[in-house]
Design a binder for this molecule. Sequence first.
Ligand code: MN
Length: 751
Amino acid sequence: MDVANDIQARYEQLERRVLESNPHADTGRLRAAFEYANAHHGSQLRKSGEPYITHPIAVAEIVAELDLDMDSIISALLHDCIEDTDSTHDDIAKRFGATVANLVEGVTKLTRMQYTSKEDEQMENLRKMFMAMAKDVRVILIKLCDRLHNMRTLQYQSERKQKEKSLETMEIYAPIAHRLGMQRLKWELEDLSLQYLDPIGYKEVQQELDALTTENSEFLARMQKQIEERLAQEGIQCTVYGRLKHIYSIYRKMYAQSKTIKEIFDIYAFRVIVADVSACYNVLGCIHDMFKPVLGRFKDYISTPKPNGYQSLHTTVIGNDGIPFEVQIRTWEMHQTAEYGVAAHWKYKQGMANSKLGTEKEFEWVRKLLESQQDTDPDEFVRTLKVDMFADEVFVFTPNGDVKSLPAGATPIDFAYSIHSAVGNSMTGARVNGRIVTYDTPLKNGDIVEIITSKSAKGPSRDWMNICKSNEARNKIRQWFKKERREENIATGRAAFESELKHMGLTMAAITATPELLDTLLKRVRFNSLDELYAAIGYGGMSAQKAVARMKEEMTRQGRLERQNAERLAMQDSLAAGEAIFPAAAKPQQSGGSSNRPRHSESGIIVEGLDNCMVKFSKCCTPVPGDPVVGFITRGYGVSIHRADCPNATPEKQKAEAGRWVQVSWVESEQSSYRTSLEISAKDRDGLALDVAMALSTQKVKVNNLSARSQPDGYALVSLELSVKDRSELTGVINKLSQIPGVFLVKRAGG
Ligand code: MN
């Protein structure tokens, strides 16, 4: 057969395949596309020596097998025209419509993408970029079919090319096929890649599988027959077939989980395909009746579909020969979805609308993709399936193939700072896809961006902060100005600060009145000097408005404190002058009629001559109402109350600081209890502490603390902390405690 005839024959085969699933297909358009592609590829050859056109025909046939629409099949025929011939987008648009032209251009863009293998995060970005660049899911599907055919014919390529393409397929194409739910395509891509990536491992698994199959073929045939007969008896219409799991999935289990092939349960799998969902569960019942199910291996993906839309019942059972095998039960519709994923959805769209998709991160795309299409007519489904879930991100390459994810609209400035602040700060220019561009050029998916730097670069300009889209770049630019332009920042910061001061009715003189005041104000805004503050305002680290507002707030607070201090000082001065007691009449009258009010105090203490001063009860002698008391004016903590017999309030001590001792007295108070301490000396014996506690509880005294310790000479000391209402209650407690056998002294602590 001559070459031209062979090509014709291959085309006829494609046309027959298309008519098979759609008898009304417009074959005139299809043939025109074939002839256009054939004419353009002309005498180009594949590495295999075959005419180049055999490749687009084969890709179109794979696309047709997925039952994609005519535009997709035509685009598959034309998919290498823009890249490899003198055909253009406009030319294709004129002849085959804008949709086809856009699809072909989309595939061309993906073809031009260059990948190098990277760590996981990079790969995920690459996959996202791939999806984002495609825009229309049909572009991805055609590209997957293109890759599948190239993988099927990879034997003609150099060894290096084989490894490269296989790695790329394993890391980009197979995962995307998986997420789009296209199992059949994914498996074939994985098995083909594995053949080149680990030929020895591949052969090993294949040989072991072959051996097992030969060994068990009779068993498998018997199981299949048994299942078929039983289901026929039950009157269930179904198709049953057995199969081996694809090699890569077994390979992964054997090598990644170091299992032997015999330990892998699901090497053999039977599929039972039935008409409807209720039949699925009937079949499951029969299978579990015939064979022993393996515990924990039943999975109901019908009620809970996998995140990529996969539905089936899975169970593993032990066959009569003790060999385990998996049974997958599903409807025809589920079967289509399982094999062809997204591609199946426009045939069986209704099924998807009813099922809930999972939320696992890696399927996020597909979920969003499908959810956004819920209301579309099934026929419209594929045409409107736009990939726009990465609308707020843009993915670009560094010159050495790393992928950077930047906010949509990002510019070369964002890119430069995402590499390193040093790159941004010494940038003098940028190239996108080899061409010099301006700094504000928005980057597009798949762009290769190169930053031109120079040691003598002057650094970023302030405009850059308005041009860039990422906070990262903005912050780094700000940092630079902070460090590199101190003098300039101080000058601009000072001007802004002074104008804001004026605006708020303050003056420089007011805030620098004393060094202490300035220091306090600076602390409030967390700076050590005015220059530091100016510098921060200059580079944008703090706004002048904020700084002045805080300082003003602090000045108001300082003013208030000062007034209070002045009052206290005035009081202490008059005390020091010998005026130990304020005459009642001399009390400052802060509000009308206050001197007529009965004397009253929350603490239960009246300090002679002072209303509402702070009072605290000293820890050394813990006075209670009824005790004779004196007061001592502390520095800054109000008046501290001591018992008159406290060692800290002896007449000598009172004389030494004559001005600060004041007369105080108890009033009938609302406060119900006062804390005080007692010390009990007794002969040491068992149960002493218990007796003390009992005595206190019969007196209904609140005990805050009780500790007993033995003394070296056979005595014991019990320390008590308790709350009482007043001195008379305390006296009652002391009397009661003194009656406890062995107790010879009860005294107040500190007295
Ligand atoms: Mn191709």
